[in-house]
Ligand binder design. Structure first.
Ligand SMILES: NC(=O)c1ccc[n+]([C@@H]2O[C@H](COP(=O)([O-])OP(=O)(O)OC[C@H]3O[C@@H](n4cnc5c(N)ncnc54)[C@H](O)[C@@H]3O)[C@@H](O)[C@H]2O)c1
Length: 271
């Protein structure tokens, strides 16, 4: 059984770098006309050159997901240029932390505006097109923080929990038009957002100790799940959150298994 996405049109927000970029390149390599949007023009310029070299179909738009005027103009232009929108990946996100008593109000607003309101505004602009088509896939970046938050992430975790609930509401509203809406919860994927793999070794060990699959996830492992969710194979999945966290909730003390494997000479905890 193969995932067939040939000929579809996708929009990926915040795809200038990180997981979003990997999602966009993976979709494009599967024959999807891929529209990449970001707030950083230099990322978009580099991607434009790459797409030309690789022979990928698509276009690039400078667009801030907090600005409905920009979104409307972009969606109109995409509709004219590509004729349809089959897949929307709301990947754009920011991470701002701080304890509740010291967290600046602007950081709270930024997290809520980009992560939650940005997702809502993109859906608001694109769902009329999907409804007309009587088909569509909306795939939203939640986070493991939406399920179990870390300390000091009031703004980020709240915004991502909002994305999870927004996903369910939209799944309900759009069911009659054969538009599915799902979200995904990456666990620990090293990117410029979190610099997990650049932390001091003891901190890295502490983070890895929480994972049933005791390693960082890759951007590709997230992109592969998005391709599945975007495909016809996932036609009966809607309103759900897909955990891509290496089993962060699967076991209570995952390290026990690795210590046992180490004692058996099968694993090196500090490799
Ligand atoms: N990396 C992880 O482990 C992880 C875990 C859970 C959830 N996520 C989520 O996955 C998504 C991607 O994360 P990442 O680690 O690749 O982050 P990243 O910081 O590397 O990339 C985020 C991208 O979003 C863009 N962006 C920021 N604000 C924007 C705005 N207002 N409008 C449009 N684009 C904007 C940035 O320019 C950047 O290209 C985010 O929503 C993040 O919350 C990531």
């Amino acid at each position: 059984m193969l995932i067939d996405l040939q000929g579809k049109v996708a929009v990926v927000t915040g795809a200038g770098r990180g997981i979003g970029k990997e999602i966009a390149y993976t979709l494009a390599s599967e024959g999807v006309t891929t529209v990449i949007t970001d707030i950083n023009q230099s990322y978009l310029d580099e991607i434009r050159r790459d797409f030309a070299e690789l022979g990928y179909e698509g276009s690039q738009y400078l667009c801030d997901v907090r600005d409905y005027g920009q979104i409307e103009a972009m969606v109109q232009s995409i509709a004219q240029e590509h004729g349809r929108i089959d897949i929307l990946v709301n990947n754009a996100g920011v991470l701002g932390g701080g304890s509740v008593d010291t967290l600046p109000e602007q950081i709270w607003d930024l997290n809520l505006d980009v992560n939650l309101k940005g997702t809502f505004l993109m859906c608001k602009a694109i769902t009329p097109i999907m409804k007309k088509q009587r088909s569509g896939r909306i795939i939203n970046a939640a986070s493991f923080a939406a399920i179990v938050p870390s300390i000091g992430t009031a703004a980020y975790a709240s915004s991502k929990a909002g994305v999870e609930q927004l996903t369910r509401v939209l799944a309900g509203e759009l069911g009659p038009w054969n538009v599915t809406v799902n979200c995904y919860a990456p666990g620990m994927i090293p990117t410029e957002m979190n610099h997990f793999a650049e932390q001091p070794p003891e901190k890295q060990q502490q983070l890895l100790d929480t994972l049933t699959l005791r390693r960082w996830g890759s951007k590709k492992e997230v992109a592969n799940v998005i391709c599945f969710l975007a495909s016809d194979l996932a036609g009966y999945i809607t309103g759900t959150i897909i955990d891509i966290s290496g089993g962060k909730l699967a076991t209570q003390i995952p390290r026990d298994a690795y210590e046992k494997a180490q004692a058996e000479g099968e694993y090196d905890l500090f490799e």
